[in-house]
Write a protein that binds this ligand. Structure first.
Ligand SMILES: *Cc1c(COP(=O)(O)O)cnc(C)c1O
Length: 403
């Protein structure tokens, strides 16, 4: 039942429709965060409009960033990771780019791990070519390699744990200790842990980034990213870049990720549980040389994983035995029926890919693992262990090891 008091203030209908009040929201309580849409945000006075706005304070001035749906998402993400500051940006990659551009200017230098998310290498090349920002690549599990890479003008040490595609876990505490001794800011791509299983700010890192596209969205239908920080001046620099680049995100996308957050811990845990069972099963398979899952001792950096993480995610890789070719690896992936072939992960459907890495990274991995064949990456979704194991079993049967 609705009872409305007609009111038109003597205005014509077009004017009246714009200048009538919205329904009163008092007494309305529901779980979902409303999708607030707005580019113009109304001020109550000229004085309010002219007031200096603190970029770190929540304030509503203009729709490109100042949106309650977006701020609610940022607030919840900050609570997950124990961060003071958070902003939501269009993708995980844009989150990394914002941190790099906020920390680095012409003549500066940064260090990136060999197993960083692929586009980070392309970003580093582009910043060097176009802006004269130098970089060095270090071997993620070898602190001496980072010690050798750091220069007097290093202004950012980038980390990722575990590394993309090959899942080696770095000694984050040693990396942070080195960075602190030299006053160099640090950042981590913390997407794998979704901020649940690793708390970078407890370890002293300055930035954490998330590809919300993955577990937080959880349904493989939104692209968003986030930058989190406990370092106010550094975060303010990121926030300035965010504004300068004019990066806005859709409140609908934010509300979809907010919906995903309600089930994030449960999905994360369920998918991780199935993934670990599959990893154990795969480690016994005759075609497989090594399982690169941080929770298994066969994964480089496993001891640091046990020390720093409270759990594992559901994405891991396996290396086939040396006798198998790239064509064999493709045949396995192509035979999978439940695992789909796609980039990204964190959604409800399981995915599989043949891993492509550079020759130098492969050589480094071989130095840690011994000779091995091609690698496959699996992102485990919400299907059951029994069904996924059967799918892997039938797909791997094309390899017939020893036959
Ligand atoms: C997917 C991913 C990204 C990039 O996220 P997008 O939202 O797809 O740009 C960054 N880092 C890691 C580790 C990722 O898996």
């Amino acid at each position: 039942m609705s009872t409305f008091k007609p009111k038109n203030n003597g205005l014509d209908l077009p004017t009246h429709l714009l200048h009538t009040d919205n329904a009163d929201t008092t007494g309305y309580q529901a779980l979902a965060t409303p999708v607030y849409r707005g580019s113009s945000i109304f001020f109550n006075s000229t004085a309010e409009q002219r007031r200096e706005h603190d970029p770190l304070a929540l304030s509503y001035t203009y729709g490109i960033r100042d949106n309650p749906t977006q701020f609610t998402l940022a607030k919840k993400l900050a609570e997950i990771e124990g961060a003071k500051h958070a902003l939501v940006c269009p993708s995980g990659l844009s989150a990394i780019t914002l941190v790099a551009q906020a920390c680095l200017k012409t003549g500066d230098h940064w260090c990136i791990p060999d197993n960083a998310y692929g586009p980070v290498h392309a970003l580093a090349q582009s910043l060097r070519q176009d802006y004269g920002v130098e970089f060095s690549v270090y071997e993620s599990t070898q602190i001496e390699s980072l010690v050798a890479a750091v220069k007097d003008h290093t202004r950012l040490i980038w980390t990722e744990s575990p590394g993309s595609l090959t899942f080696e876990v770095p000694d984050l505490r040693a990396i942070v200790a080195l960075a602190h001794s030299k006053g160099i800011p640090t950042g981590i791509d913390n997407t794998w842990s979704a901020g649940i299983a690793l708390k970078p700010f407890e370890l002293g890192l300055d930035f954490s980034i998330q590809a919300l596209t993955k577990y937080q969205c959880g349904h493989a239908d939104v692209l968003l990213g986030a930058v989190l920080s406990n370092n106010s001046p550094l975060f303010a620099a990121v926030e300035r870049k965010n504004r300068l680049y004019g990066l806005g995100v859709s409140p609908e996308d934010c509300s979809l990720v907010l919906r995903g957050l309600y089930t994030l811990p449960l999905r994360f845990e369920a998918q991780a549980h199935t993934a670990l069972e599959l990893a154990h099963w795969l480690s016994q398979h005759p075609a497989i040389k090594t399982v690169l899952h941080p929770a298994l001792p066969s994964c480089p950096g496993h001891a640091w994983f046990k020390r720093d993480f409270t759990g594992a995610a559901s994405v891991f890789a396996v290396a086939l035995h040396q006798q198998f070719s790239d064509a064999d690896a493709c045949a396995v992936i192509d035979r999978l029926k439940l695992f789909r072939i796609a980039y990204s992960w964190g959604g409800p459907e399981s995915l599989g890919l043949v891993v492509n890495i550079t020759d130098s990274r492969r050589a480094h991995l071989v130095s840690l693992l011994g000779e091995c064949g091609p690698m496959l990456r699996f992102a485990v979704g919400l299907e059951t262990f029994k069904d996924l194991r059967a799918d892997l079993e039938q797909a791997l049967s094309v390899l017939n090891p020893g036959a």
